[in-house]
Design a protein around this ligand. Structure first.
Ligand code: HEM
Length: 389
C-alpha cells in the first residue's frame, strides 16, 4: 500500500463499483472521517464536505481545470470548460448574456412547451411508457439541436455527434487512447464544425458568439454546450420523475400546488446531482483539511457528497422539497465554472414534469429503479403507467 493510501483507510478501500452503484453510505463515512481522502481507485483526492467543495471550486488559481490530462479538451479543443482566468472569461462571456433567465424563457420557453407536448402526444394513448427514453432524452436533444441552429428533424445528427464525442472522451478518461484521438470523435467534431461554419451567418446563439471568438473557438464551445447539456439534462429529468414517483407525500405537495415544482427540481438536484463530480488539478502544493495535496494532483469534488452534508441539510437522505435551504445544493457547481445552462436545464425539467402531471392522470411507477453512474447519475429506465384516455 502506498504511504498516501495508508493514511486514508476508507478511501483506500473504496472501489469504482461502489462509487458507481450506490455511493451514499460510503460518501457519508468519508465525509465524517476523511473529508479530503486519497482514493487509489480514482488515482486522486476526493473532497466530500460542502464547505471544502465550495472552497476548491471557488479557488481556480489553486485548483484549475486547465491541465493536459483533461479528457474533454483532448477531443474538442480548448473551451470555457478547460480554461481558467482571462482565457476562461474570454470564452464564456460571449455566451453568458444569452443564458440569462429572461433570455432563456423568451428564446426557449415556447419551444420546450411545444416539444414536451409533441413527445407526450406520441405515447399518451398507450397508457404505458419508459419516460427516460420517450421524454427526457429526446427533449434534451431537441433543445440542443434548436440551440445550435439545427431544426428538429436534425436531432438524430446531434445525437450521433454527441454519442461519438462522449465515447471519445470516455476512452481517453479510461486511459485507452491518450495519444490517439478516436477517429469517430474527430469525424463527429468535424461535422459539427462544418455545420457551424455553414450557418454562422444565421441568427443563433452561436452566431452571436462568433462575433467575439474565432470560429474554431465557437466550435469547441458549441461541442461543450452539447456535451454539457444532453446527458445531464436527461438525467436531471429522469431523477426528478423518480423522486416524485417514489415519494407520494411529496408528489401530493406538487399536485396540490404546481408552483412548488421548482422546489422539487432543486431538491432532486440536491439528492442526486446528475453530474456527480467535477475534476480539478492542484497548481501548487496545498494543505486542505489536513491533507497534503501535491502540485499536479487530481482533486475531484463530489457534488453528490457535498449535497448530503448534514452540517447543512437536516435528514440529508430524505427527499423533502419543503426544506428551507434547498438552494444551497451544488449540482451546478460554483465558482467561475458554474453551469452556464442552469436556467435552460431548469426550464426543461420544470416543463417536462408539468406536462407529465397534466397529461398523464393516475401516473405510477411500474418497475423499481435507482440512479447509478460514476460521473453521470440517472436511473436506467423510468417505466410508468397511467389512465389512458
Ligand atoms: C441545457 C443544459 C445545459 C447546458 C447547455 C450546460 C452547459 C454547461 C457549460 C457550457 C458549462 C461550462 C461552464 C464553464 O466552464 O464556464 C457547464 C458546467 C457545468 N454544468 Fe452544465 N449545462 C447544462 C445542464 C446541466 C445539468 C442538468 C447539470 C447537472 C444537473 C449540469 C452540471 C454542470 C456542472 C457540475 C458544471 C461544472 C463543470 C466544472 O466545474 O468542471 N449542467 N454546463
Amino acid at each position: 500500500m502506498s504511504p498516501l493510501a495508508a493514511g486514508y483507510p476508507i478511501g483506500a478501500a473504496a472501489s469504482v463499483e461502489q462509487l458507481t452503484a450506490d455511493p451514499h453510505a460510503l460518501l457519508a463515512r468519508l465525509r465524517a472521517a476523511e473529508p479530503v481522502s486519497w482514493l487509489p481507485a480514482l488515482n486522486g483526492w476526493l473532497v466530500t464536505r460542502h464547505d471544502l467543495a465550495l472552497q476548491v471550486m471557488k479557488d481556480a488559481a489553486t485548483f484549475t481545470v486547465d491541465d493536459p490530462r483533461f479528457s474533454t479538451a483532448q477531443v474538442v479543443g480548448p473551451s470555457m470548460l478547460s480554461l481558467d482566468a482571462d482565457e476562461h472569461a474570454r470564452h464564456r462571456a460571449p455566451f453568458s448574456r444569452q443564458f440569462r433567465p429572461r433570455e432563456i424563457e423568451d428564446r426557449f420557453g415556447d419551444f420546450v412547451r411545444a416539444e414536451c407536448g409533441r413527445l407526450v402526444d406520441g405515447f399518451v394513448a398507450t397508457g404505458r411508457a419508459e419516460l427516460r427514453r420517450a421524454l427526457a432524452g429526446p427533449l434534451a436533444v431537441a433543445v440542443m439541436a434548436d440551440a445550435l441552429g439545427l431544426d428538429s428533424t436534425d436531432a438524430k445528427r446531434v445525437l450521433a455527434w454527441y454519442d461519438a464525442i462522449v465515447s471519445a472522451v470516455a476512452e481517453i478518461s479510461a486511459g485507452h487512447a491518450p495519444d490517439q484521438p478516436d477517429p469517430l470523435g474527430a469525424q463527429a467534431f468535424g461535422e459539427l464544425r462544418a455545420h457551424i461554419e455553414g450557418s454562422a451567418a444565421k441568427p443563433s446563439l452561436l452566431a452571436e458568439a462568433a462575433q467575439a471568438l474565432a470560429l474554431p473557438e465557437v466550435v469547441s464551445n458549441a461541442a461543450v454546450l452539447m456535451f454539457g447539456g444532453i446527458e445531464t439534462t436527461e438525467g436531471m429529468i429522469a431523477n426528478l420523475l423518480l423522486h416524485l414517483l417514489t415519494n407520494p407525500s411529496q408528489m401530493d405537495v406538487v399536485r396540490a400546488d404546481p408552483s412548488r415544482i421548482p422546489d422539487a427540481v432543486e431538491e432532486s438536484l440536491r439528492l442526486e446531482p446528475a453530474a456527480a463530480v467535477v475534476d480539478r488539478y492542484a497548481t501548487r502544493d496545498v494543505e486542505l483539511a489536513g491533507a497534503t495535496i501535491a502540485r499536479g494532483d487530481l482533486v475531484t469534488v463530489s457534488l453528490t457528497a457535498a449535497n448530503r452534508d448534514p452540517a447543512l441539510f437536516d435528514r440529508p437522505d430524505d427527499f423533502d422539497l419543503l426544506r428551507p435551504n434547498l438552494r444551497h445544493q451544488l449540482a451546478f457547481a460554483r465558482g467561475p465554472h458554474f453551469c452556464l445552462g442552469i436556467d435552460l436545464a431548469r426550464l426543461e425539467t420544470r416543463v417536462a414534469v408539468e406536462t407529465v402531471l397534466d397529461r398523464l392522470p393516475g401516473l405510477a411507477l411500474t418497475d423499481a429503479a435507482t440512479p447509478a453512474g460514476l460521473v453521470f447519475r440517472k436511473p436506467d429506465a423510468v417505466h410508468v403507467r397511467w389512465d389512458a384516455p
